[in-house]
Design a protein around this ligand. Structure first.
Ligand code: PEP
Ligand code: MG
Length: 316
């Protein structure tokens, strides 16, 4: 099975009834970008730029960031590269970025909220992303967006920096990882090019269970019907405005979740690098029609356990 998946790694992931799903990778650096391409990855659905920041003693300057992002774009040779702006705070501290103690860091200044609090960090990064965009198919994505005002503010900062540099516009997306954003997806969709669902945080915030909690985390299942309903809402909101939706949380790499996500209308799965060949193979063995039927059953289920017990799709 593994051998066969590897042999077919460079074939596209097209269902038996002809629907193509893009299988991209979650990465943190150039080596991982290269690795993902050798395993058949069709682009990068999530570049976690915090990893670029965390491996240094001080924040990388604009030129350094532009070089790193540009090298990754070049390695992808025209495949899409979604660069997520710095997503620190919460469980991800930066040694050189002193943060006041917070009682509830996951509900505190993390993601784009920190970017607004430290505008020089966000602006420097956006300039670097715009600069790197000349070297490939680069898109930008903002993390932890909850409200429309935040998206508008982030886009205004991007546009200001773009005009100052005199560079062309790039596609803009947001993470859907806060329930508020999923519920407002039809309105967000008018103002972005794409969504990527961050199921790790979306699950944590929907169930109000800390994703790092020693007792609770093992009990969290992204196949909870509440999550599936939010994903359904997100896809419906996006498609009303002709926008596509991907998933970049860990759920995209779960073979039991894949047919359900495809059935809900997800167009891109950004997965962990080693799983690229097997997920592509799995998609080639299923039909969109069967996935849609399964997704409807899953949405109507009472519990995550029930969803997991639904009859798995036969793999051709
Ligand atoms: C997520 O929340 O699902 C996600 C992909 O982002 P991160 O895990 O980096 O918070
Ligand atoms: Mg997240």
């Amino acid at each position: 099975k593994r051998e066969a998946d590897l042999a077919a790694k460079d074939q596209p992931a097209i269902t038996t009834d002809g629907h193509r799903i893009e299988v991209a990778a979650n990465i943190g650096n150039l080596a991982e970008a290269q690795k993902s391409v050798t395993l058949g990855g069709e682009g990068v659905g999530l570049l976690r730029t915090e990893l670029v920041f965390m491996e240094r003693p001080s924040p990388p300057d604009q030129e350094t960031q532009a070089r790193i992002y540009g090298d990754i774009a070049t390695a992808l040779a025209g495949r899409p590269l979604i660069i997520r702006t710095l997503d620190v705070g919460g469980d991800k501290p930066l040694p050189y970025l002193p943060m006041p103690h917070e009682e509830n860091p996951f509900l505190g200044e993390r993601g784009i909220r920190l970017g607004f609090d430290r505008p020089e960090l966000l602006r420097t990064q956006l300039r670097a992303v715009l600069q790197a965009a000349g070297q490939g198919n680069v898109r930008v994505m903002f993390p932890m967006i909850a409200r429309l005002e935040e998206l508008r503010m982030a886009k205004a900062v991007l546009e200001e920096e773009r005009q100052a540099l005199g560079l062309p516009a790039i596609e803009v997306g947001i993470m859907i990882e806060i329930p508020a954003a999923a519920m407002m997806a039809d309105l967000f969709a008018r103002e972005v090019d794409f969504f990527s669902i961050g199921t790790n945080d979306l699950t944590q915030y929907t169930l109000a269970m800390d994703r790092g909690h020693p007792k609770l985390a093992p009990m969290i299942d992204a196949l909870d019907p509440s999550l599936l309903r939010l994903i359904d809402l997100t896809v419906k909101g996006a498609s009303r405005h002709g926008k596509w939706v991907g998933v970049c949380g860990g759920m995209a790499s779960d073979p039991q979740a894949v047919p359900i996500l495809v059935g809900l209308g997800i167009k891109e799965l950004s997965v962990s690098i080693p799983t690229i060949p097997s997920i592509k193979a799995q998609i080639r063995g299923m039909s969109l029609t069967a996935c849609q039927a399964l997704a409807q059953q899953a949405i109507a289920a009472e519990t995550a356990a029930q969803v997991r017990d639904l009859s798995p799709l036969s793999e051709a």
